[in-house]
Design a protein around this ligand. Structure first.
Ligand code: F6P
Length: 320
């Protein structure tokens, strides 16, 4: 009987639990014994490993977060911690370790593979910042969560005749910002450093010529949205309010798309395990589930070209 270990790592996202449930179901069906490392790579360092059974899981596929917890392990990235993790793994004699997470986690999976561990990686991050795959678990849900929040905020701002600035997550990838802004019909999308003066110029045009209450969507890590709101309020005759949506984007039940993707990723994972193909990352390109060498899967992206192409044909909203 094959013995497989799964862990979730980094920023959690909706779809992790759906993936875990699907993996457990398929392992049961295929006679594979499944274990989980608690708190991601930290569980490898601390030998916090437990068996993980489909029959114990309940309805977790519709829950956000991860029932086996996650962390950004500081110990695993030290030589001592890494060696401890390797020693613990050796004692368990797993056929493969399945790492579910974003770019840092995929890099951790790659490091384990270099050290001789059989590894599979599954992309799960709201940021959608892994270059080898069109999409990641949690990204669709995060976009839906961000859009829902923007729509609600827009209603009250329109009623009060205010300008609106909304910061969304994505770390260094603009996909959530672009997706959300276009679907919410925003007037500006800011994904790069820009002076407040140049933003004011566009906002002035919107207010003076289109008589609008401008809606500006800003990618995180770019500028201080509260300072921008203050600046625009001081330099226009309009009130401005800023909202940082934050962790609201990361929680909640996964969308139907994320739930389905979780099942497809789990199915591919088990197919790879059954054929003993290791050291690859599962992903999706043009609707097809694929597997890419781990070395190529650790490359990140700052935006999805396909997404920008879709919106370029549709929207005039400038992406700055
Ligand atoms: O990587 C997912 C993410 O939610 C990013 O969008 C965000 O920048 C970061 O994690 C927040 O990290 P933390 O949970 O450590 O505050």
């Amino acid at each position: 009987m094959k013995r497989i270990l799964v862990l979730t790592s980094g920023g959690d996202c909706s779809g992790m639990n759906a993936y875990l449930k699907a993996l457990a179901k398929l392992c049961k069906k295929n006679g594979i014994k499944l274990f989980a490392s608690m708190y991601g790579f930290q569980g490898l360092v601390e030998n916090s490993i437990t068996s993980f059974e489909y029959d114990d899981l309940g309805e977790i596929q519709n829950l956000g977060g991860s029932v086996i917890k996650t962390s950004r392990s500081k110990d695993f990235v030290t030589q001592k911690g890494f060696e401890q993790a390797l020693a613990n793994l050796k004692s368990w004699n797993f056929d493969c370790v399945v790492v579910v997470g974003g770019n840092g986690s995929t890099k951790g999976a790659y490091d384990l593979s270099i050290a001789g561990v059989n590894v599979l990686a599954v992309p799960a991050t709201i940021d959608n910042d892994l270059a080898y795959t069109d999409t990641t678990l949690g990204y669709d849900t995060a976009c839906q969560n961000a859009l829902d929040a923007v729509v609600k905020i827009k209603q009250t701002m329109e009623t009060c005749d205010r300008g609106t600035i909304i910061e969304v997550m994505g770390r260094h990838c603009s996909d959530i910002a672009v997706h959300t802004a276009i679907l919410a019909d925003a007037d500006m999308i800011i994904t790069k450093q820009k002076s407040f003066e140049s933003i004011l110029k566009r906002v002035d045009d919107l207010i003076n010529f289109e008589k609008k209450n401008p809606l500006i969507v800003v990618q995180e890590n770019i500028l201080n949205v509260n300072e921008l709101a203050k600046y625009l309020e001081e330099h226009t005759k309009k009130e401005f309010r800023a909202t940082v949506i934050g962790y609201l984007q990361r929680g909640g039940a996964p969308t139907v798309n994320d739930n389905l993707l979780a099942i497809q990723f789990a199915t591919k994972t088990v197919e790879l395990i059954e054929s003993a193909v290791y050291n690859v990352a599962v992903g999706e390109i043009d609707g097809k589930i694929i597997a890419t060498k781990l070395k190529e899967a650790i490359i990140t992206k700052q935006y999805s070209k396909k997404l920008l192409e879709i919106f370029a044909k549709y929207s005039n909203t400038p992406i700055d």
